[in-house]
Design a protein around this ligand. Structure first.
Ligand code: AKG
Ligand code: FE2
Length: 185
């Protein structure tokens, strides 16, 4: 967990632009990919909008994400290949039940990053991210979704959940992916 990672001069325009996005570009978040994809609002209740490089207001964020990708590859040899990121909006009452972002060997998502964009977040506003080790039921980390806090974790390793939020809750969630090569036989 990295509190206050970005300066307000980066965060404030980012949030302003994201919240001005055409809400018709938002869709209820789904679970699974391709044919198995479905919207189950008893598991997650956020609405999402994928970001793309043509959104120039997000260029500082994309540049920083690219630097992180290169640094992680340099130090940890993860072979991260590209990055996808979405803006997520949890309206009051929305939550996301415990899950992992990727199952080992079944996805090319390796590293998850979440940047929280909630100015004036207070204890009691809900919406905390709980991080777990494997099968444990007690979280080893509870993260309040405060403006500028970033969380980075291995997508296959850590189950996590979002507690019901009592206020509008905004975040940018991204996944670094490895290149899906053709397996050698
Ligand atoms: O917003 C969060 O704190 C977590 C979101 C999440 O787990 C996801 O989108 O996969
Ligand atoms: Fe997740």
């Amino acid at each position: 967990m990295l509190p206050d990672l970005f300066p307000l001069t980066v965060l404030t325009p980012l949030l302003d632009n994201l919240t001005q996005l055409d809400t018709s570009a938002f869709k209820p978040a789904a679970i699974g990919r391709h044919k198995t994809q479905q919207v189950i609002d008893t598991i997650r209740g956020d609405k999402i909008c994928w970001l793309n490089k043509s959104m120039s207001f997000a260029s500082t964020y994309f540049d920083w994400s690219e630097q992180l990708r290169q640094a992680v590859n340099r130090y940890f040899f993860l072979g991260l290949f590209d990055y996808e990121t979405m803006f997520a909006y949890y309206e009051p009452g929305a939550f996301y039940k415990r899950h992992v972002d990727a199952f080992k060997g079944q996805s090319n998502r390796k590293l998850t990053s979440i940047l929280y964009l909630n100015p004036n977040w207070q204890p009691g506003d809900g919406g905390e991210l709980l991080m777990y080790q494997a099968d444990e039921t007690t979280p080893f980390e509870t993260v309040e979704p405060r403006f500028g806090t970033m969380v980075i974790f291995l997508s296959e390793r850590f189950p996590h959940e979002v507690l019901p939020s009592h206020k509008d809750r905004y975040s940018l969630t991204g996944w670094y992916r490895i290149n899906e090569g053709i397996p050698l036989d």
